[in-house]
Design a protein around this ligand. Structure first.
Ligand code: NAD
Ligand code: LMR
Length: 323
């Protein structure tokens, strides 16, 4: 139920959407660019100074989105690709962001999306393996706990899997955690980094319980408010652009870029769980260092213990599909 959620509370976001270092040429592709997340994400990536070229692909509507976004007066070039032009869209790309797939409606779990999204993600990953085998792949499509192992296994089958370059985007969880914690502590979100938040430590009792629940079920809050029209798109686009910027800064050689993400990880591998989300330092090759969780409170330990069996099942389901 909260396999992403326990993890969500354990990370520290920074406050600015984009920061830049000395730029090199970086071509970024968005697969699913015509969707609720894909459109605003494409716009935000157009505003990122580290993106020099933007390749927008969807089975529906990407050329229109590309024409629109391309008028924004930033330096990057934008090109749209319709269905059947996936390989062209991936040509020369260093970073691939995947928000393709169906979102939840009220009453659905993320796992209910598996049957539709698993094959979408597998097919896109197969194209990445063919055309852009060294690209960093940032997976947004749900259920992330399963879609990331599917991408990894698909790349592995093609002989091009590099665990340093496949990421599940869990940034929305820490964006929410920072925002909601700020709300209950009368602070600014920039003052409420979640792993080591002095403000967070002041929250206890019922307020703490409600805060943790809200972070875990933030996705449901949006799904219900949208009344069948989908799940989080705008905040997710913000989170996706923020995470992509972190990856790009690492690729550009910036030091000390650390952010939480769901990656192939040794942290719980001894329990048969070989993907996990924790703070990860990013660098020129993608993942530079996977940080341990650090000291957990008794409450955090309980959340972690509850999430592990569910997470294991999600990962195994993804692997079994890809096999
Ligand atoms: P959406 O339906 O608005 O958009 C999805 C887009 O994917 C559509 O434009 C569709 O045409 C496209 N698409 C479908 N199959 C495709 C394929 N084979 N190739 C390329 N494009 C394809 O959905 P959305 O609201 O943008 O959500 C997308 C996904 O992101 C969902 O699975 C949702 O659950 C997930 N999501 C994840 C997070 C997270 O924190 N990781 C947050 C919010 C949503
Ligand atoms: C979220 O947390 O908003 C996403 O995972 C989308 C969803 O289905 O809740």
């Amino acid at each position: 139920m909260f396999s992403r959620s326990a993890i969500r509370t354990l990370a520290a976001p920074s406050s600015r959407l984009f920061s830049s270092s000395s730029a090199r040429h970086t071509k970024v592709a968005v697969l699913g660019a015509g969707g609720g997340i894909g459109q605003p994400l494409s716009l935000l990536l157009k505003s990122d100074p580290l993106v020099t070229s933007l390749s927008l692909y969807d089975i529906r509507g990407a050329p229109g989105v590309a024409a629109d976004v391309s008028h924004v007066d930033t330096a990057s070039e934008v090109k749209g690709y319709a269905a059947d032009h996936l390989d062209d869209a991936l040509e020369g790309v260093q970073v691939v962001v995947i928000p393709a797939g169906v979102p939840r409606k009220p009453g659905m779990t993320r796992d209910d999306l598996f049957n539709t999204n698993a094959s979408i993600v597998r097919d896109l990953a197969a194209a990445v393996a063919r055309v852009a085998p060294t690209a960093c792949v940032l997976v947004i499509s749900n259920p992330v706990n399963s879609t990331v192992p599917i991408v990894a296994a698909t790349l592995e089958k093609a002989g091009v899997f590099d665990p340093k370059r496949v990421f599940g985007v869990t940034t929305l969880d820490v964006v929410r955690a920072a925002r909601f914690t700020a709300g209950v502590t009368n602070a600014k979100p920039s003052e409420t980094p979640v792993t080591v938040s002095s403000k967070g430590k002041t929250v206890s009792g019922e307020v703490y319980e409600k805060l943790v629940h809200r972070i875990q079920f933030g996705g449901d809050e949006v799904v219900q408010a949208k009344e069948g029209a989908g799940s989080a798109t705008l905040s997710m686009a913000y989170a996706g652009a923020k995470f992509a910027n972190a990856v790009l800064r690492g690729l550009n050689g910036e030091k000390g870029v650390t952010t939480p993400t769901f990656v192939k990880s040794p942290l719980f591998a001894d329990q048969g769980i070989d993907f996990f989300s924790s703070n990860v330092e990013l660098g020129p090759n993608g993942v530079e260092k996977i940080h341990p969780l650090g000291e957990l409170s008794a409450e955090e330990q309980k959340l972690l213990d509850a999430c592990l069996p569910e997470l294991k099942k999600n990962i195994e389901k993804g692997k079994a599909f890809a096999a």
